[in-house]
Design a binder for this molecule. Structure first.
Ligand code: NDP
Length: 293
């Protein structure tokens, strides 16, 4: 059995999706097709991943109806601004080969140029009103960014996609999301960033607490982490290019963690961020041109 999450505008999304950050463009179609065959029905990509075409190819190769798949992508900061963001939507749907998106989110706040962030979000509101996207949201927004956005715009974001794994769970951001009726979407949900960007001798995959829980349930560390997200009400989007792991990460609907087991994972939070500090995102340091379709 899979499960779903209902967003604040009534749109239903799968509780477990499939991520493609760092999936090479020429390997993306195959990974997406494999994921859809295994049972995933939500794909999370981004204009900045430069693999939206591969996502579209994988979806078409699957033979599934467009309406059975929940497609999410992100607008990169270099395309912020009302007209530029409307155009960014066109670039993304053309690369994906679809007419509408299920969820379109701003990839980052631009804290030093928040007017641009607001103008970009205003474009998302227009796309929502015009029926081009079914839901809109944000990513990497800290509580103060949410407050500033909510004060200046009309539609409460449906999701806030942020780094959440056992070593960095951002309880303050999760509380702010809940208070506003925003679903927290966990990126790096199994702590991939602790292995591909951190000290590879200390990763979530080999954590003794997580491995202990996995052994007790006859599951893997990744499966325990994904179960932790689902039971705590977060949406999660694990990434893999390996068929056996794509299947493993979806095989999480046949066991349950007890309350004390969830709490033991909560207690692993180190407060150390793996990704870039959201307050430090600027066009000067992170800007990159997103090619035309
Ligand atoms: P994940 O937590 O999903 O981990 C992925 C990494 O772990 C990869 O290196 C993968 O390697 C490996 N892996 C996958 N499954 C397993 C497994 N079962 N056992 C052991 N290792 C495994 O990290 P990501 O950072 O990729 O995050 C997931 C998604 O979140 C992204 O793909 C993207 O969609 C989104 N994201 C969003 C960000 C944002 O700023 N909004 C930032 C980062 C990610 P391999 O592929 O070789 O299996």
């Amino acid at each position: 059995m899979t499960s779903t999450i209902t967003l604040n505008n009534g749109v239903v999304m799968p509780a477990l999706g499939f991520g493609v950050f760092q999936t090479p463009p020429d390997a993306t179609a195959e990974a997406v097709e494999t994921a859809l065959r295994v049972g995933y029905r939500h794909i999370d990509t981004a204009a900045a991943y430069l693999n939206e075409r591969g996502v579209g190819d994988g979806i078409r190769r699957s033979g599934l109806d467009r309406s059975d798949i929940f497609i999410e992508t992100k607008v990169w900061i270099s395309d912020y601004g009302y007209d530029k963001t409307l155009h960014a939507f066109e670039k993304s749907v053309r690369k994906l080969g679809v007419d509408t998106l299920d969820l379109l989110i701003l990839h980052q706040a631009l804290p030093g140029a928040f007017d641009k962030t607001i103008a970009a979000y205003r474009a998302l509101e227009t796309l929502l009103a015009d029926g081009r996207v079914r839901a809109i949201g944000v990513s990497n927004f800290m509580p103060a960014h949410l407050d500033e956005l909510l004060a200046a715009t009309d539609v409460v974001p449906a999701v806030n996609q942020v780094e959440v794994h056992p070593y960095f769970s951002q309880p303050d951001v999760q509380r702010a999301d809940v208070a506003h009726g925003i679903v927290t979407q966990a990126w790096s949900p199994i702590g991939g960033i602790t292995s591909y960007r951190g000290d590879s001798s200390k990763t979530t995959f080999t954590d003794p607490v997580i491995v202990g829980l996995a052994d007790g349930h006859g599951k893997t560390a990744a499966q325990v982490m994904l179960r932790w997200h689902l039971q705590e009400g977060r949406q999660a989007i694990p990434k893999s290019v390996r068929p056996e792991r794509i299947a493993e990460n979806f095989d999480v609907f046949d066991f349950e963690l007890a309350a004390d087991e969830l709490a033991s994972i909560d207690a692993l939070d180190t407060g150390i961020r793996g990704g870039p500090e959201p307050e430090m995102i600027t066009l000067e340091s992170f800007g990159r041109e997103i090619p035309e379709a």
